[in-house]
Design a protein around this ligand. Structure first.
Ligand SMILES: Cc1cc2nc3c(=O)[nH]c(=O)nc-3n(C[C@H](O)[C@H](O)[C@H](O)COP(=O)(O)OP(=O)(O)OC[C@H]3O[C@@H](n4cnc5c(N)ncnc54)[C@H](O)[C@@H]3O)c2cc1C
Length: 480
């Protein structure tokens, strides 16, 4: 009889691990605290004026196609349609507004600093290229451990390039708060800058991939063949070793026996469930830092249709042309609204404003739901990078495996999905996707190098070479 694997956490990392393990013939039991699978990739049902409903994504809304090779392969495998959408930002400050589709007074004021920013991007790209000259494709996964820019905060380097903290607070933070899910970004390492610019350039709108429809279909299709073994509304509270197996218990006192466990939730939840954690488990899991540990801005949000959250003179334009609206007040506090209905192709024409506001400071009407989001993602910091590289010493020990954001270099859906596949591989499931995309295979191999010790990984080979592979996704300058 095949082994039974318990997976704790029903975001893309946990569902990715369960999907891969099930395909490889393992029995799986998947536990999710919330009422639905998806984790951060939530789907929301909006009531329409005609009495019907429309589904949209809420938080995870899009992805940079030139980097998400494996996630796009997954969608192809599942038959989920992909489309593209423009990504553009509108920022309101006490001194006026700026947006990425025009020249405003604020953009003119910072014109010199934008040019310095370009020089900074070119400088970091050059340093990165020196430390990683053999990299064959632009990637979220490939970096050099020896690059000093891993250790130098972007903010410090920007200041050294003559970029003011005013530029940082007025331009960089309001735009990239939605990339890092925090306004506290002074610890972000400089090494990431060219990658960041290639995905969300400060001065111009970009394009990203998104689902035709909402993310729910991805999770439904991935779990369709083992839906009887998906346990939503099951918050795991303890994982105990008993007679060579594990007993998983949830908050309601229900218990399940499995042979191995894959944790795919946040590090703090893992630590809380372990019966007698080792010093290394305590040191790594107890020190992983999440954005809400340092900044509560994105730890709760309101789902609503109240357009008064947008400034009156620009309201119609924002509602039709921008994905993200950030507003900074006199005290420097930032409110951020995702304008889901503006450009999400599936819901654009439904006639209902679909808004998600973080750090809401205004009284809101037409509220659909208020949601707490504990530990939405980890912080991009040197400390977390160290933890990420050390988790390999825990992987598989005593039959326990780990995946999810704290095991990846950045917060991103492809990265978490990949971490789930690598955890499944460490248990014994082979790479589950077609090998005819050498970029996807290279990313998987690199993720194995990040997550597993050398004895535990097996380099897989693509079925065709990189030079024979068709170009993937919408590419723009990457310069990483
Ligand atoms: C606001 C926001 C916007 C984002 N936008 C994007 C985007 O547009 N594109 C993109 O690529 N990435 C985006 N991300 C990042 C993306 O969400 C993550 O990289 C990825 O989805 C995380 O997946 P995960 O499975 O690792 O974690 P999660 O999605 O956090 O899933 C972890 C799951 O574990 C469950 N869990 C926790 N404790 C327990 C327990 N004790 N028992 C059972 N279950 C438990 C949680 O309920 C949760 O469902 C965004 C993140 C946030 C917060």
């Amino acid at each position: 009889m095949s082994e039974t694997i318990g997976i704790v956490g029903g975001g893309i990392a946990g569902v990715g691990a369960a999907w891969s393990l099930h395909r490889a013939g393992y029995q799986v039991e998947l536990f999710e605290k919330g009422p639905a699978l998806g984790g951060n990739a939530k789907t929301f049902r909006w009531p329409l004026k005609d009495g019907g409903h429309a589904e949209s994504p809420l938080l995870v809304v899009a992805w940079p196609q030139m980097y998400y090779h494996n996630y796009e392969l997954l969608l192809k495998e599942l038959g989920v349609g992909i489309t593209t959408l423009p990504i553009s930002y509108f920022v309101q400050t006490p001194d006026g507004h700026f947006c990425q589709d025009g020249q405003t007074a604020i953009q003119a004021r910072f014109a010199h600093e934008f040019r310095r920013w370009e020089k900074l991007v070119a400088f970091v790209a050059k340093v990165n290229g020196f430390f990683l000259p053999k990299k064959r494709h632009d990637s979220l996964y490939h970096f050099s451990y020896f690059n000093p820019l891993n250790f130098i905060p972007l903010y410090w380097l920007a200041r050294a390039f003559g970029i003011s903290s005013d530029f940082w607070n007025t331009i960089f933070v309001p735009i990239h708060c939605a990339s890092f899910i925090t306004t506290s970004m002074r610890g972000v390492p400089a090494v990431i800058l060219p990658l960041l610019e290639s995905i969300v350039p400060l001065e111009e709108p970009g394009r990203m991939g998104t689902w035709v429809g909402a993310p729910r279909q991805v999770f439904d299709r991935m779990t369709a063949s083992f839906s009887d073994h998906v346990h939503t509304s099951h918050e795991v509270t303890s994982v105990k070793r008993r007679e060579g197996r594990f007993v998983i218990e949830d908050k309601e006192g229900r218990s399940y026996t499995v042979d191995k466990v894959v944790f795919a939730c946040d590090a703090a939840s893992v630590l809380r469930s372990l019966e007698s954690p080792s010093w290394l488990q305590r040191a790594l899991l107890g020190n992983a830092e999440y954005v809400d540990d340092v900044d509560p801005t994105f730890s709760r949000f309101v789902v609503h249709s109240d357009t008064t959250v947008l400034p009156e003179p620009h309201r119609e334009r924002i509602l039709s042309d921008f994905n993200t609206y950030s507003e900074i007040d006199e005290s420097g506090s930032l409110e951020c609204t995702f304008v889901i209905s503006a450009q999400n192709p599936s819901t654009k024409d439904e006639g209902v404003p679909m808004l998600v506001t973080f750090n809401s400071t205004k009284p809101l009407s037409e509220v659909q739901k208020r949601i707490e989001l504990p530990h939405p993602t980890h912080t991009m910091s040197f400390r977390n990078l160290i933890i990420m590289t050390m988790v390999r010493f825990l992987q598989g020990k005593g039959g326990i495996y780990y995946c999810g954001t704290f095991t990846t270099p950045e917060g991103g859906h492809d990265l978490s999905f990949m971490s789930g596949l690598v955890a499944a591989k460490a248990v014994g499931a082979p790479y589950p996707l077609p090998r005819d995309n050498p970029h996807a295979v290279a990313d998987f191999n690199q993720m194995q190098r990040i997550m597993l010790r050398s004895g535990a990984r097996e380099t897989i080979r693509p079925s065709i070479s990189a030079k024979d592979a068709p170009a993937q996704g919408a590419t723009r300058r990457a310069g990483v």
